[in-house]
Design a protein around this ligand. Structure first.
Ligand code: C2E
Ligand code: MG
Ligand code: MG
Ligand code: MG
Length: 291
């Protein structure tokens, strides 16, 4: 009987793996259509400043509305696009859409910065500087309005080349942020070798900060690190008032996460920004559990 059950498990496992492969193949096959037939769209998540007490920026996040499979998250299809050469056209589309959206929001009198996630493949393609320049020109935006979000893994083994294009974009006036800081293996050395203006602290850091002194101490050190290097630190994935209270006590000035604002469709974006209720920031201090 044990043997039979064991066999059953193997079969089940195999079926699940097949299902994942079928889905993956389908996404790979349909991806070119997604771009050509307008199935991709962007949502925008607010980034809030605790001193300014308002929405200072937006992060553009791509979504795929698949006609049969429904909404597919970027964590699933961006890697596929990176594997088969579609990522550069996809990133161009993202840059064009997002800068045009920002231009609209600015034209209505708002003061905002836009964050766009950059793919390592785009950086490697050698066309990133040209594509960013073109998008800014089309939208009529100064470079300082655009923040390019890169991750450390992009630079492993090719800091010279990839770092060169990033330096060019920085010299043009673009803001450079290091995304997911602290996820996987972080190399502090990149902070001195790349032109980093902003650190986006991965939400993993926030997991235990309200009750665990060691987690809180770690967050405090990242904030201190930013202060010493004149790098702004954004806390990602702020979900609870307790996390917010602790982050404020630790001196974190920039916040992003569901508590402050969800990723939002363009149609509702202006209203969401204007209706941001600064009182959400006024959480009572918990007494941060720093050892
Ligand atoms: P990211 O750049 O770190 O973006 C933040 C992710 O955290 C987003 O997931 C966002 O929806 C999610 N998030 C925000 N607040 C909270 C919160 O309070 N709690 C939790 N649990 N999650 C929160 P999303 O939109 O699924 O994007 C995932 C990743 O996909 C992004 O991580 C980014 O690396 C990548 N991505 C998204 N859009 C693009 C794009 O246009 N181009 C490229 N190359 N990558 C993109
Ligand atoms: Mg990002
Ligand atoms: Mg991140
Ligand atoms: Mg976030």
């Amino acid at each position: 009987a044990a043997k039979a059950a064991g066999k059953g498990c193997v079969r089940l496992h195999g079926a699940a793996a097949d299902g994942a492969t079928v889905r993956r193949n389908r996404l790979v096959r349909d991806l070119p259509d997604a771009l050509a037939h307008g199935q991709l769209r962007l949502v925008y998540q607010p980034v809030v400043g605790t001193v300014e007490r308002r929405v200072l920026g937006l992060e553009a996040l791509v979504r795929w509305d698949h006609p049969v499979l429904g909404e597919v998250p970027p964590s699933e299809f961006v890697p596929l696009a990176e594997d088969d050469g579609l990522i550069v056209p996809l990133q161009r589309w993202v840059l064009d859409q997002a800068t045009a959206e920002l231009a609209r929001l600015l034209a209505e009198g708002r003061d905002l910065q836009l964050g766009v996630n950059i793919s390592v493949r785009h950086l490697q393609s050698g066309s990133l500087v040209r594509d960013v320049t073109a998008a800014l020109a089309r939208a009529g935006l100064p470079a300082r309005r655009l923040m390019l979000e890169v991750t450390e893994s992009m630079f492993i083994g090719e800091i010279e080349r990839a770092g060169g294009d990033l330096q060019t974009l920085h010299d043009m006036g673009c803001v450079i942020s290091l995304d997911d800081f602290g996820r996987g293996y972080s190399t502090f050395a990149y902070l001195t070798r790349l032109p980093v203006d902003v650190l986006k602290m991965d939400r993993e850091f926030l997991a235990g900060i309200t009750d665990d002194a060691r987690s809180a101490a770690l967050v405090l050190s990242v904030i201190e690190l930013g202060r010493r290097l004149s790098i702004d630190v954004v806390a990602e994935g702020v979900e609870t008032p307790g996390q917010l209270a602790t982050l404020r006590e630790l001196g974190c000035r920039f916040l992003q996460g569901h508590l402050l604002g969800r990723p939002t469709r363009p149609a509702e974006l202006g209203a969401v920004i204007d209706a941001f209720d600064e009182r959400v920031l006024d959480v009572p201090a918990l007494g941060a559990p720093v050892a």
